[in-house]
Design a protein around this ligand. Structure first.
Ligand SMILES: NC(=O)c1ccc[n+]([C@@H]2O[C@H](COP(=O)([O-])OP(=O)(O)OC[C@H]3O[C@@H](n4cnc5c(N)ncnc54)[C@H](OP(=O)(O)O)[C@@H]3O)[C@@H](O)[C@H]2O)c1
Length: 323
């Protein structure tokens, strides 16, 4: 089968669309014939060699949608031909094997491209807002990089929780698109101090929940924007990891949570369960809308990496596999 492989860390030319053996599903696994796979910021770091724990060689891709091709021993609930989607390492391939516990049946209403846009972004946002921050109606939520894959999912989740939502971006056009999904307050952090704006917009109360993903470049403003007993959920560090902050955040009782959906002990028993029971029906009813920015043929993965670096996308860049 064809798959995108990295044999040495490096630039775009370190990625090769190459022939590798079709994997056989182990016990507990399902082999999926991939129809579409989503592109993630983290893959640019995996390719460059700056992603924690990544070893070479490896197959690129972190999520996909497709049909069940083969079922390993002990798997129940999935049959050949079932449309499915989920997180899966090596998903920029024609076939991928996935732990069945990480797979969902695809909502009938969604195309494969739309379903491939869900797993990493939406599960991260759901884990942060639903499991960690336990967002509730009336909360004021501040989402950094609201146009990102995770951010655009967090926006829809926070709105359905009944929250007032503010978001940041580096470009006005991304903030305008976020308004179409219900963003209440939009801040271009390249032009203005978003903490000052948010405090004005909330009559000095500040944010109850802060979704931190940029890190070094904007952490100071995010801390300043938080209200008393505010919960910060740190899930990314696109703008640098070395953050310095004053312990006087204790005066405002600010809680700082950090998270990874790959290692959190709460992810499988809580986030996966509530996502299946509460979020999936909302995709089927059209309330939640996967945000697909552009669909590219799988051969154009290098272009997808360039687009992540250009930072103009809104939501998810999706790759189509096969016809
Ligand atoms: N903790 C977890 O379990 C988990 C799971 C999934 C993803 N993540 C992390 O979440 C973050 C977002 O992932 P994603 O796939 O949603 O990203 P994405 O769609 O590629 O969006 C990333 C956005 O971050 C903003 N950004 C700010 N400074 C940046 C910089 N120096 N370089 C690049 N982008 C910068 C940009 O938006 P603006 O220009 O508008 O600011 C950019 O478009 C990543 O750090 C990723 O590793 C964590």
């Amino acid at each position: 089968m064809k798959a995108w492989q990295v044999r040495e860390f490096g630039d775009l030319d370190s990625m090769h669309y190459t022939d590798v053996p079709i994997p056989a599903p182990s016990a507990g696994e399902v082999r999926v014939k991939v129809r579409a796979s989503g592109m993630n910021f983290a893959e640019t770091r995996m390719r460059a060699g700056t992603y924690s724990g990544q070893e070479i060689p490896f197959l690129l891709g972190m999520e996909m949608a497709g049909t069940v091709d083969a079922v390993g021993a002990g798997v129940a609930g999935f049959e050949h031909g079932d449309p499915v989607f989920g997180r899966a390492r090596g998903a920029h391939s024609e076939y991928v094997c996935v732990d069945a516990q990480h797979l969902f049946h695809k909502p009938a209403k969604l195309t494969f491209e739309q379903a491939a846009a869900i797993p990493v972004g939406w599960l991260t946002a759901w884990h942060a807002l639903r499991t960690v921050a336990q967002g509730q109606s009336g909360n004021r939520v501040l989402i950094e990089a609201v146009a990102s894959s995770v951010g655009s999912a967090a926006l829809q989740i926070a709105k359905i929780q009944g929250c007032w939502v503010a978001g940041t971006a580096s470009r006005d056009d991304k903030l305008e698109r976020a308004a179409e999904y219900g963003l209440d307050a939009a801040y271009n952090y390249k032009r203005e101090n978003f903490a000052e704006r948010l405090l004005r917009d909330t009559d000095g109360a500040g944010a109850d929940i802060g979704m931190m993903t940029i890190g070094e470049e904007t952490a100071g403003q995010l801390f300043d924007a938080m209200g008393n007993c505010g919960r910060i959920v740190m899930y990314g560090s696109t703008g640098g990891r070395q953050v310095c902050f004053s312990l006087n955040i204790g005066v405002r009782n600010i809680e700082l949570h950090s998270m990874s959906i790959s290692t959190s002990p709460r992810f499988m028993p809580e986030t996966m369960q509530t996502f299946a029971s509460e979020a999936l029906p909302l995709f089927d009813s059209g309330v939640f809308r996967p945000v697909v920015d552009v669909v590219l043929p799988i051969r154009e993965l290098r272009r997808a990496h360039e687009m992540i670096d250009e930072r103009t996308h809104f939501g998810k860049i999706v790759l189509m596999v096969g016809e």
